[in-house]
Design a protein around this ligand. Sequence first.
Ligand code: HEM
Length: 154
Amino acid sequence: MLEATLDALSAWPGAVWLQQSGTAYLFVNAAHILGIGLLLGGILPLDLRLMGLFGRTPLEILGPFLTRVAASGLAIALLTGAWLFTVNPAEYWVNDSVRWKAVLLGAAFINVVFQHRVTDTIRWIPTTVTRIRAGLSLGLWLGVLVAGRWIGFL
Ligand code: HEM
């Protein structure tokens, strides 16, 4: 059942295209990195600012903008990441770094959901819980980044 699903994933036209064209793979991989850049480029300064470690620019200005940048990056990274996964699903499925990446990604996502629940996004006044969650977010997203880079080494 699992084997059949992984085989089916690697046979969809988008996967076959990347399996046959190094150039197409390069562009989707570059788009994945663009997504990662936007995601971390948005979330890291926002987390540091929420923790009180990154200047004094008003959060009600920084917050909505950086959140939008990070969300766009996450959407691009998720889409292109899922696409890259289908190029060789059977191998990625048993790769420890892929599993770490999936767990960290899930944890980072749950943290985002809770952060949005507790943060006062109308007045952008960070509470102690917001600051702690911002630190957690920083660690989790960096963990996803390292786990992603690690895939190529296993
Ligand atoms: C559904 C979500 C995602 C999936 C399924 C996914 C999957 C993949 C795959 C299959 C690769 C290629 C690995 C290889 O063979 O070298 C990759 C590379 C990578 N991913 Fe993701 N990814 C996702 C999201 C993310 C996110 C959110 C980040 C960062 C925060 C990230 C960071 C990386 C990094 C750093 C690389 C290495 C790029 C390179 O060196 O060329 N990924 N990802």
